[in-house]
Design a protein around this ligand. Structure first.
Ligand SMILES: NC(=O)c1ccc[n+]([C@@H]2O[C@H](COP(=O)([O-])OP(=O)(O)OC[C@H]3O[C@@H](n4cnc5c(N)ncnc54)[C@H](O)[C@@H]3O)[C@@H](O)[C@H]2O)c1
Length: 342
């Protein structure tokens, strides 16, 4: 079996690659390294550094040339611009990559007979949901740029299934955490951020009062479901979540316990997060404060009933064990980088 992974140098793609490599799968790995890193590609038993093709998912001929032999069975399409502020501050690029890039993957998959595409979507599209736990159906359409790019990409996935009889499953990830989570970028995901601040002995700044709760799923649980999702024809959307929500303060408490450190957090207003992106406040129409506040304090809780029914999948890793493994990895990365060289 031959499998292509786009976004292979990223947090999730790199670990999916390692999991499939251990299963002796032939791999085609693609990333343009706009966010991914070489560190992600080095595993205890294998180094993918020289195997990842530096390619943009929007490159029509480049992607086509990898598929034209007709021997790629599945594509895990994970490449995309995920950070919310990056999408909000450069919407043209976000749409170009997340929507246009996805259409390029779909079109080439169509031409060259890929058996199934498994697309990394998001539960961020439940931004305006009012029913919890949120199932795959019956949610309000999103407002922000990032979830809209994923929603639009899902629509094209369905279009290709309806029009050409292709097979696509959109996996709507909740907040994913685990080893390789980005901890170095300007505003890393919360789990990466809190571990980094604790490691360096700094006071973390949390937005709002830290009571906001989100649904977190451990990366290996996600990979287990992503592999099961090779089964199933036509178009489908499946939540990948834990149906457990944890607050910022709860997660920080567990991380402090595991790392044996007690550092009081500082609490800042929600717009403190967004003020780092002044372009959102410039121009004739500035971003509306209530949208920012809503995003920072947003509650997410999703149902995995569909995944359980269709694939008999349930998340296995507890939040404590998942955070322990995340911390172990991140600390080893910081040690490798050398203290102070962050
Ligand atoms: N991590 C989460 O909590 C989460 C939640 C919901 C959905 N997702 C989605 O899952 C996917 C993977 O997420 P991740 O956390 O591993 O993100 P990531 O940023 O670590 O990985 C994405 C990878 O895509 C690559 N990429 C970006 N634009 C590209 C382009 N034009 N061509 C080729 N490669 C490109 C980046 O370099 C990066 O390596 C993303 O599509 C993201 O939107 C992630």
């Amino acid at each position: 079996m031959k499998i292509m992974i786009t976004g292979a140098a990223g947090f999730i793609g790199s670990q999916l690659a390692y999991d499939l490599w251990k299963k002796k799968t032939e791999l085609v790995l693609v990333d343009n390294f706009s966010y991914g890193s070489l560190d992600n590609l080095t595993f205890p038993e294998h180094d993918f550094t020289d195997e990842v093709l530096h390619l943009d998912i929007r490159d029509r001929e480049g992607i086509g040339s990898l598929l034209m032999a007709g021997d790629v069975d599945y594509i895990y399409h994970l490449a995309g611009i995920a950070p919310l502020p990056d999408c909000q501050t450069d919407p043209q690029e976000a749409v170009s990559v997340n929507v246009g890039g996805t259409v390029n993957i779909l079109e080439n998959a169509r031409r060259y007979g890929v058996r199934k595409v498994i697309f990394a979507s998001t539960n961020a599209m439940y931004e305006n949901a009012e029913v919890f736990p949120t199932a795959e159906t019956g949610f309000g359409l999103p407002s922000l740029i990032y979830p809209n790019t994923k929603y639009a990409a899902e629509r094209f996935c369905q279009s290709y299934c309806d029009t050409y009889g292709m097979n696509v499953t959109c996996l709507r990830f909740a907040n994913v955490y685990g080893p390789h989570i980005d901890c170095l970028r300007k505003q890393p995901p919360f789990v990466g951020y809190m571990i980094r601040e604790l490691y360096y002995g700094r006071t973390p700044v949390f937005h709002s009062d830290g009571s906001q709760k989100r649904d977190y799923v451990y990366v290996q649980d996600l990979i287990d479901l992503a592999l099961l999702a090779q089964e199933g024809n036509g178009f489908d959307c499946v939540n990948v979540c834990s149906n457990h929500s944890y607050s910022v303060n709860e997660l920080y408490g567990i991380a402090q316990e595991i790392m044996g450190k007690q550092i009081g957090a500082e609490y800042a207003s929600s717009d403190n997060y967004w003020k780092k992106y002044p372009q959102l406040y410039e121009g004739a129409y500035a971003i509306r404060p209530e949208v920012l506040e809503k995003e920072v304090t947003k509650y997410t809780l999703c149902s995995y009933g569909h995944a359980k029914e269709k694939y008999n999948w349930e998340p296995k890793i507890s939040i404590y064990e998942g955070l322990r493994r995340s911390i172990e990895y991140e600390v080893s990365l910081f040690e490798k980088m050398g203290k102070g060289k962050e």
